[in-house]
Design a protein around this ligand. Structure first.
Ligand code: ADP
Ligand code: MG
Length: 273
């Protein structure tokens, strides 16, 4: 039996699961149009709890709309999305609509966190206040407990000393790590990242990717839109290539990057690699 090294011990502490269990995602036959433009076209995808999925595709292929649909920021026209077999809002099947009560929709929504390209921190709130705002107002956690948890999360993203700082005093990479801590504070089963490093100076990309990489073994299901192929190769269980609202290809990073089935995937990769 091999001895457990100190780094492994630390790692085991830091990767403690952030939520009870679950996080299977089912996306079934989802379509969405903006006027005449079909932005999602019969998208189906299954993600198992705790897995990491990277979504690739050109600008305009529907990646953000798909993430926003999972997070219920967009209403799909057809199909449905479920977490652990439970609808996240409604299910449209032709003319028939099954819809949850508003209270249940709000409860479901807390299970899904999102991190945006431009951080979207509240500029007038300190780092700590940014993180505790939702747990206190949405989940009814006491301020004291929310603060304790927020400080733990800040340590986890390497910003223990920035609790009292304001967003404008932080670099982009630090702001994005705060945004990740803020999303984690709601203990989501599923965490969505929409190009989390594309607004960052190149030298700050690594620190954000390493925080996401650390989360990849935390039990939270991660869905990440990114063009960082090296990161995807290392961290993703599944890579999805989208074009014109459709999923053209899914597979392991090894499969999609080394032997893509679809010529369009190969063309895209040739551009971003
Ligand atoms: P991606 O994230 O892959 O770049 P998006 O999902 O943002 O793609 O957009 C897909 C298409 O939908 C684009 O053509 C975009 O212009 C269009 N689109 C996105 N949101 C809206 C909206 N609210 N109204 C109209 N068109 C939209
Ligand atoms: Mg986008």
């Amino acid at each position: 039996r091999t001895a457990i090294t100190a780094t492994q011990v630390n790692r085991n502490v830091s990767i403690a699961p952030l939520h009870a269990r679950g996080g299977d995602v089912t996306i079934q036959g989802v379509s969405k149009s903006f006027g005449p433009l079909k932005v999602l076209d019969d998208v189906s995808l299954s993600l198992s709890a705790g897995s990491v999925t990277v979504i690739l595709g050109q600008s305009g292929s529907g990646k953000s709309t798909l993430l926003r649909s999972i997070n219920h920021l967009e209403r799909v026209d057809d199909g449905f999305i479920a977490i652990d077999g439970q609808l996240i809002g409604y299910r449209q099947e032709g003319e028939t609509l099954y819809e949850l009560k508003e209270m249940d929709i709000l409860k479901r929504r807390v299970e899904i966190g999102m991190v945006f390209q431009n951080f979207n921190l509240f500029p007038h709130l300190s780092v700590l206040e940014n993180i505790i705002e939702a747990p206190v107002t949405v989940r009814g956690v006491s301020r004291e407990q929310a603060e304790t948890e927020a400080r733990e999360l800040l340590a986890r993203v390497g910003l223990a000393d920035k609790a009292e700082a304001y967003p404008r005093q932080l670099s982009g990479g630090q702001q994005q790590r705060v945004a990740i801590a803020r999303a984690l504070a709601l203990k989501p089963k599923v965490l969505l990242f929409d190009e989390p490093t594309s607004a960052l100076d190149p030298e700050l990309v690594g620190e954000v990717l390493s925080v996401i990489k650390e989360l990849s073994s935390s039990g939270t299901t991660l869905i990440i839109v990114t063009h960082e192929i090296g990161f995807a190769r290392e961290v993703a269980d599944q890579v999805v290539f989208m074009e014109q609202g459709r999923i053209l290809e899914t597979g392991t990073p090894h499969k999609v990057f080394n032997r893509p089935d679809h010529p369009r995937t190969a063309e895209f990769l040739a551009k971003v690699l």
